[in-house]
Design a protein around this ligand. Structure first.
Ligand code: SAM
Length: 357
């Protein structure tokens, strides 16, 4: 050690090492949660109560050693409890809600599925970071696309029709009477379908540049029985067809776009004179230090590995980042020529803005 180096506090060093061990366990747990979701372990434990590994394995048709080690990992992480006297593992009722009820705003497997799908493509992100290029949304695997849908849909289900749309000036009245709506960057169309179910007099078109997502969105609309009033088309936010829209929506997609200002300009031109643009974005403050918290940590992670590469893969490549914050969203919107902008709602995970011409 040289004179200029600070002395090492061994306790602080070991505290950091043990925190990191916990995080390595949490990293592996992302795969274990997806495993529990896909193999039906959580749903089975929720349905049957305290179980042994042999019972869980038999009921789910899986190998007993996998069920045993998975249960032990889940017990060590406090996702299930373990009773040494009976050798049984229990999924507590609150955790059963978070891990098995798809419509609950507390539903978690979608978050882990998109996180794991994102990490899976790490090699591509390393290459892109080295040469400063991007990696498109469409280049990711199904776990990113399906995980995104399953992560965001519960929040839309809980907030969109009951809270977010009513917070917009006059929009619910228009939707009730019969409005024309474009949902841009619609992904698998969960927001589009939820709005169509709530407002049967209105018609909806969902646009996304990713053809695979558009195909899935069409299937979702058919399955929900709203296929007659909802259509999905492949189109980018900068040049989607149509005009005179009463409402344009963007759910967690603006920051992913390469040219969000170009998108804002196009939305302004596509809106009816008194139309509304609703922008749902990830929860974020304007300054880095506002986002140094657990939600910000997860979102900066997604920003580095998923959203920023998505933007960089497109023309302009502005790379707003997942944690852009209200001030930068305001700048993007007004640079696109819209003059009115206000925040209308927020949840722990989302900000909702209204913009008008
Ligand atoms: C994080 S996902 C959100 C999907 C959906 N809105 C939701 O909330 O579940 C972002 C979506 O934006 C789409 N997207 C990204 N850039 C786009 C662009 N320039 N034009 C249209 N869609 C775009 C992606 O294909 C992806 O489906």
């Amino acid at each position: 050690m040289t004179d200029t180096q600070a002395p090492i506090d061994t306790d602080a060093l070991m505290a950091f090492v043990f925190r990191a061990v916990e995080e390595a366990g949490a990293t592996l747990n992302a795969a274990l949660v997806v495993m529990g979701d896909k193999l039906g372990y959580y749903r089975d434990l929720a349905a049957h109560g305290p179980s042994t590994p042999a019972e869980l394995a038999a009921r789910t048709g899986t190998g007993e050693p996998y069920a045993r080690e998975w249960l032990n990992a889940q017990a060590a992480g406090s996702y299930v409890t373990y009773d040494p006297a009976s050798g049984r593992y229990t999924l507590p009722p609150e955790q059963a809600v978070a891990l098995t009820v798809e419509d609950s705003p507390a539903f978690l497997p979608g978050l882990f599925q998109i996180a794991l799908g994102t990490v899976h493509d790490m090699g591509h992100i390393l290459d892109a970071a080295r040469d400063g290029t991007g990696f498109g949304w469409h280049e990711h695997g199904a776990d990113v696309h399906v995980g995104c849908e399953r992560f965001f849909r519960p929040s839309y289900h809980a907030n969109l029709v009951g809270t977010w749309l009513p917070a917009l000036d006059g929009t619910v009245d228009r939707l009730t009477q019969g409005a024309v709506v474009a949902d841009v960057g619609c992904g698998h169309g969960s927001s589009t379908v939820l709005m169509a179910e709530a407002f049967p007099e209105s018609t909806f078109v969902g646009y996304d540049y990713h053809e695979g997502s558009v195909r899935t969105a069409r299937e979702r609309a058919e399955a929900a029985g709203v296929g007659d009033r909802v259509r999905f088309e492949v189109a980018s936010a900068q040049d989607f067809p149509g005009a005179g829209f009463d409402l344009v929506t963007m759910f967690d997609s603006l920051h992913d776009m390469g040219d969000p200002v170009g998108a804002a300009r196009h939305v302004r031109d596509a809106l009816a004179d008194d139309g509304t643009w609703m922008i749902v974005e990830p929860m974020a403050g304007d300054r880095v230090e506002d986002n140094l918290n657990p939600v910000g940590r997860a979102y900066y992670g997604f920003s580095t590995l998923l959203c920023t590469p998505t933007s960089l893969a497109q023309d302009v490549g502005l790379a707003l980042g997942t944690q852009a914050g209200p001030a930068r969203i305001h700048d993007v919107v007004t640079a696109g020529g819209l003059t009115r902008f206000r925040e209308v709602a927020r949840t722990p995970f989302n900000l909702v803005f209204e913009a008008r011409r």
